[in-house]
Write a protein that binds this ligand. Structure first.
Ligand code: NAD
Length: 287
């Protein structure tokens, strides 16, 4: 299989911009695509912001390297031009199945035959999209975590149709951009990380919402007894409380009770987590 050198990132929001920057920073030529000039304007701002973040948080990220990374990124509002010579397209558009399927139909028509497609979807299975790509042997999931320069796992998960050489090429690509690849050998909703994390977070919410133990004590026992650096409520704060709330509120009656507890005690009081300055813990005054 030809090696991957040209990468297109489709969708330049929170994750797409991080994937594009990390890939360019690792020496790859990157094209980014978003729907219109306004979205591309926001992408430029995000990428400039990421260069600043890397300068502060990534060892060895000096001005020259960061400028070179930004210079390796080309911006497009024409999908055909964005993917014209791509070896790999990484899709990071909103988590809406029909939108993703429509985008894969277009990508399948516009991209060269050689191009591999990878979805960064957190909750949709790649098999729900594979037929739309017209090349299910060259399609799989490559799932990054938010703040990829720190939380550098890349879960690689194919469908039954994915060519094993494509899977291996993506494992190699993940390493080449500084990620720790986690091969997921069979399709699994939630991959490895969320299959572990979601039950932990739900169990913690049950303990606190049920009045069994205070959030800080739940965290304490988890840290002391397992040696983990953070307890589940510290993790809630980092993720931001809105995301777990949105998931719980769509669940069964029991999940909805936990959602109501989160809303009444935290969300309704503006306690959204680290980003708002307070969640289960107080961080810093918000301007
Ligand atoms: P986001 O809303 O921040 O960004 C989505 C981007 O896609 C925006 O720039 C938007 O303009 C663009 N877009 C909308 N419609 C488009 C289209 N038809 N074609 C191309 N671009 C389009 O979303 P996000 O949080 O970056 O999430 C994107 C994907 O990454 C989702 O599948 C999500 O599940 C996954 N993901 C998110 C996180 C996270 O923490 N945010 C973590 C891992 C994976």
């Amino acid at each position: 299989m030809a090696s991957i050198s040209k990468v297109t990132v489709v969708g330049t929001g929170v994750l797409g911009s991080q994937i594009a920057f990390q890939t360019a920073y690792s020496g790859f030529e990157v094209s980014v695509y978003d729907i219109d000039a306004a979205a591309i304007g926001r992408a430029r701002q995000r990428l400039d912001g990421l260069a600043d973040t890397y300068e502060q948080e990534v060892a060895g990220a000096d001005g020259d390297k960061l400028h070179a990374a930004l210079a390796r990124i080309a911006f497009h509002t024409d999908l055909g031009a964005a993917v014209a010579d791509a070896d790999l397209v990484i899709e990071a558009i909103p988590e809406v199945l029909e939108l993703k399927r429509k985008t894969y139909v277009r990508l399948g028509q516009l991209a060269p035959e050689k191009t591999i497609f990878a979805t960064n979807s957190s909750t949709l299975l790649p098999s729900a999209m594979k037929d739309a790509t017209g090349r299910s042997d060259r399609f799989l999931a490559l799932h990054f975590a938010n703040e990829i320069w720190k939380y550098n796992t890349a879960e690689v998960m194919g469908t039954e149709d994915t060519d094993s050489k494509v899977f291996d090429a993506l494992v190699g690509f993940a390493v080449a951009i500084g990620m720790v690849p986690i091969p997921v050998r069979k399709e699994k909703a939630g991959y490895v990380l969320n299959s572990l994390l979601v039950p932990l977070l739900n169990a913690a919410a049950e303990l606190a919402a049920g009045g069994y133990a205070d959030p800080h004590d739940v965290d304490k026992v988890w840290r002391i007894a397992t040696g983990a650096p953070m307890g589940p409520f510290q993790i809630y704060d980092v993720i931001g409380l809105s995301t777990p709330y949105n998931i719980l509120v769509q669940g069964n009656e029991h999940a909805q009770k936990l959602a109501a507890w989160l809303k009444a005690n935290y969300l309704d009081q503006g306690k959204l987590g680290v980003a708002s300055g307070e969640g289960f813990y107080v961080y810093r005054p918000v301007a």
